[in-house]
Design a protein around this ligand. Sequence first.
Ligand code: S3P
Length: 171
Amino acid sequence: MKKILLSGYMASGKSTIAQLLSKASGIPYRDLDDIIAENAQKSVSDIFSEDGEIKFRKLEHEALKAVLSDDKGLILALGGGTPCYANNHEFLKRDDVMSIYLKTSIPELLKRLRADGSGRPLFDKQPPEEQEEFVAKHLFDRSYFYHQSKHVILTDGKTTENIVNEIMSLF
Ligand code: S3P
């Protein structure tokens, strides 16, 4: 059975949609950040602050490779940076993978990131007056990798139910 990989920027709704899609489809789901944290026995924020981003990207790549190494069906919410490092974007193109980019506008992402509070080390370290420019540039840099996904779903103005139904219509 295929793995369903959800990609997209921080706060694009990957984890929420993975959970709801799992409920609707009966396919189990996991969050790659949770797997990395479980493996490392510490939070993603602690990995960033204690071990650095490069170590996090290595753990992320290893965890992704391990998850994709069997043929069990799974919905996997990737981290916002997952497709952009260590050639992970190649995984999005595999035959046994259905990859979906949840594409959200900059204003919507900013609204959600600000409302979510802390827990995202890359966003948390931005001073408020630089957040908008940071997200705009970061998304621009990452866009190429997100677009290696096989499907793109625009999320602005849609309910989570709309998005889940849209994904299920691709099955
Ligand atoms: C990251 C996004 C985070 C997490 C880590 C790095 C990124 O996941 O993997 O903080 O580089 O965009 P979410 O997209 O679930 O916030």
